[in-house]
Design a protein around this ligand. Structure first.
Ligand code: DP6
Length: 351
């Protein structure tokens, strides 16, 4: 008898913003990085992807709709995620022949972002994390978030970190097959409940140079890059993990800002140079640096991904001061808006 049922599962995945950046691949097919990285997962209230995965014997092709638009999913990233998840499901079906053969059915995926797509706000991270979790849930796979991170990484490197809440490291790994290049939780969100983040939306336009091509150009042409990947980041990873474990905001802030600036330096050292920050971004840096100088301690930390928008980390007790100074210091700048604040310590149930 033909199985008429439509099987479905829905999930959400949050955005993560790296404080030690991933920039550079040692293997482009498997998305294996040249250095480890570390991120903070933001609140799903403000920034998240919601994804529903369905499959049925009656579906004729795999499809993905993002914000209502049909996407091209013939690329190697989506193909790798679908293939890996189907093969895990096929193993379950082989072990238990009473299970419906979902691994042979076509998939329909529907995703919605509640923030601008591809504007350097880590949309691919939340997108691939939600895609992988939704299909894993649909297939009732037993794999834990670290095991699923191996698959999400093949969709987009930074996506592997969005399978956890809180403070997450992506360990670069050493193996050639990437089986040890995985995300692990450093601390849950509840470990540091007064950590907050503000998103400064400088531009919601799609970024000029994609992360994927930008980092390839950096690896190929920057002479600063090997020093960053081999010397600077490994040391910083250790210091950052310690700062998070000890809830040492000043060190966290110092390392976050230094690493953002180091990442944008290797972008500038790329040939031709890549500029992700614009004049408004630079104005935001000046405002935060001045605020920290006048305060006599580091109370805010900026970081910028592959785009001009800033994420500012601060502690809840300093919220009025930090947001007040940012608004006051930047409101005259065209195109600038503080888009709400993302309270990080909203538990993200990755089970
Ligand atoms: C600057 O994960 O988008 O945000 O693996 O090619 O999809 P691909 O790149 P992606 O790169 C993110 C770069 C970054 C830093 C980071 O999130 O660690």
């Amino acid at each position: 008898m033909v199985d008429q049922k439509i099987y479905t599962a829905s999930t959400t995945a949050p955005v993560n913003i790296a404080v030690i950046k991933y920039w550079g691949k040692r293997d482009t097919a498997l998305n294996l990085p040249t250095n480890s990285s570390l991120s903070v997962t933001l609140s799903q209230k403000d920034l998240r992807t919601h994804t529903t995965a369905s499959c049925s014997a009656s579906f004729e092709s795999d499809t993905l709709h993002l914000n209502g638009e049909l996407q091209n999913i013939s690329g190697p990233r989506q193909t790798a995620c679908f293939r890996e998840l189907r093969s895990l499901r096929a193993a379950l079906e082989a072990a238990d022949p009473s299970l419906p053969k979902l691994s042979t059915y076509k998939l329909h995926i529907v995703s919605e972002n509640n923030f601008p797509t591809a504007a350097g706000l880590a949309s691919s991270a939340a997108g691939f994390a939600a895609l992988v979790r939704a299909i894993a849930d649909l297939y009732e796979l037993p794999q834990n978030p670290t095991e699923l991170s191996r698959i999400a990484r093949q969709g987009s490197g930074s996506a592997c970190r969005s399978l956890f809440g809180g403070y997450v490291a992506w360990e670069q790994g050493e193996k050639i097959d990437g089986s040890d290049s995985l995300a692990v939780e450093i601390a849950p969100a509840s470990h540091w409940p007064d950590m907050k983040a503000a998103i400064l939306v400088v531009s919601a336009a799609k970024k000029g140079v994609s992360s994927t091509s930008g980092m390839q150009a950096t690896v190929a042409t920057s002479s600063l890059f090997p020093h960053r990947a081999r010397v600077v980041v490994p040391q910083r990873m250790e210091e950052m993990i310690k700062a998070i474990k000890e809830r040492d905001f000043e060190t966290f802030a110092d390392l976050t800002m230094k690493d953002s600036n180091s990442f944008h330096s290797v972008c500038l050292d790329t040939s031709p140079p890549i500029f992700y920050m614009n004049d408004v971004s630079k104005a935001a840096i000046r405002v935060v640096e001045e605020l920290n100088r006048v305060s006599g301690r580091k109370i805010a930390a900026y970081t910028f991904d592959a785009g001009p928008n800033a994420v500012i980390y601060y502690l809840e007790k300093d919220e009025a001061l930090v947001l007040g100074v940012l608004k006051g210091g930047l409101e005259h700048v065209p195109g600038f808006a503080v888009s709400g604040t993302a309270a990080i310590p909203e538990e993200y149930d990755a089970s």
